[in-house]
Design a protein around this ligand. Structure first.
Ligand code: KG4
Ligand code: ZN
Length: 340
């Protein structure tokens, strides 16, 4: 007879992090992430290198997650994996591994949408973390996505607006490239921004209707600005790096908050969550905390380790789907452009 507790192994391999996590019901027992440093030298993720690194990492990462959780493979109730969206070569590694292990152990397989997982990470049981009540608004901000989603229940989600070009994380990373920073530049810009004056330089915000976003114009504006200023002062970037970063951050957070406020006004929803790599950003975290007192929102900010890609968020979706007996067929395919 199966034990009462439900043990889910989650596997994430959509981009450049190989991750495996074990959940006991909605509590994390382990969450192992192997970050692929190799891409930094190329200034961005190289898909072929990413899938090769996943192939090298997946067995030790899964092994470590099971060992850290202190359980045996035989106790697993199901295996959840990221089906998409993401890089095809990367997704295939996690998908085939999950299928063969689930088949070998004769347990259910559960496919998970990576973007839903960034949102449902809020349902991992943690001390001092409240779970959002339905309906709530979720803004997913990462290197590949920028969306505002109305979440009516765990599995009923509607995209209200999204970027029409670059994602917000891309805007950070591409601006960082112009400034000569390493990849990914988001965390570094965030760090330097805290030392600078956010109003030192002004970048115009894009005019995009409704709840959609655009970030490609900002990247170009920053490039032209730096080119112009370095003509008169070749050391301009070095001399003003903190102020430039603070001004970029101020502009980006302004764009995100304007749209979030509009979404809250249009829907009348005041429970606001964020997720994805950029939700680690101190600027957006502070802006949301301020909105609690100033606008009366209740905000939900993920714990730092669940912001960037991780398998704990895949495993929690696996658990929620397990309760619904929402299992996948073994012929399920990795889907690079999977929608919410
Ligand atoms: O969710 P994630 O790990 O991967 C994707 O699904 O894309 O997000 C990675 C993105 C990168 O663009 C990175 O620069 C950005 O998140 N990021 C940040 C911060 N930490 C990570 N951006 C701004 N501030 C941060 N503190
Ligand atoms: Zn992600």
């Amino acid at each position: 007879m199966k034990n009462e507790n439900i043990y889910i192994l989650g596997i994430e391999s959509s981009c450049d992090d190989t991750s495996a996590a074990i959940l006991c019901n909605d509590k994390i027992l382990s969450n192992v992430v192997a970050n692929q440093k190799i891409h930094a030298a190329y200034g961005g993720v190289v898909p072929e290198l990413a899938s090769r690194a996943h192939q090298q990492n997946i067995v030790p990462v899964v092994h470590q997650a099971i060992e850290k959780a202190g359980i045996s493979k035989k106790q697993l109730s199901a295996i959840a994996f990221t089906r998409g969206p993401g890089l095809m070569g990367s997704l295939l590694v996690g998908t085939s591994f999950a299928k063969s292990l689930a088949f070998g152990l004769n347990i259910p397989l559960i496919d998970v949408n990576h973007m839903q997982a960034h949102i449902l990470a809020h349902f991992i049981s943690e001390e001092n973390h409240k779970k959002p009540p339905f309906p709530f608004l979720a803004m997913t901000i990462s290197g590949g996505h920028t969306q505002i989603v109305k979440v009516s229940n765990h599995f009923e989600m509607k995209v209200l607006g999204e970027t029409i070009d670059d994602a917000v994380g891309e805007a950070y990373d591409k601006s960082g490239k112009v400034l000569g920073l390493g990849y990914p530049a988001g965390p570094e810009i965030d760090k330097l921004a805290q030392l600078g004056n956010p109003k030192a330089f002004r970048f115009t915000k894009p005019k995009v209707d409704g709840l959609n976003f655009s970030f490609s114009g900002l990247k170009t504006a920053i490039l032209y600005f730096v080119q112009r200023e370095t003509k008169t002062n070749p050391n301009f970037v070095k001399d003003n790096l903190n102020d430039i970063c603070a001004s970029i951050q101020y502009t980006i957070i302004g764009i995100l908050m304007d749209k979030l406020k509009l979404a809250a006004k249009q829907t009348g929803i005041k429970h606001i969550a964020i997720g994805g790599g950029v939700s680690a950003n101190t600027g957006i975290r502070k802006a949301l905390e301020d909105a609690e007192h100033k606008i009366g929102w209740t905000t939900y900010i993920p714990k730092f380790e669940y912001t960037t890609d991780n398998a704990a968020m895949i495993a929690i979706v696996g658990y929620l789907k397990y309760l619904e007996k929402d299992f996948s067929d073994f012929d399920v395919m990795a889907t690079a452009r999977l929608k919410i």
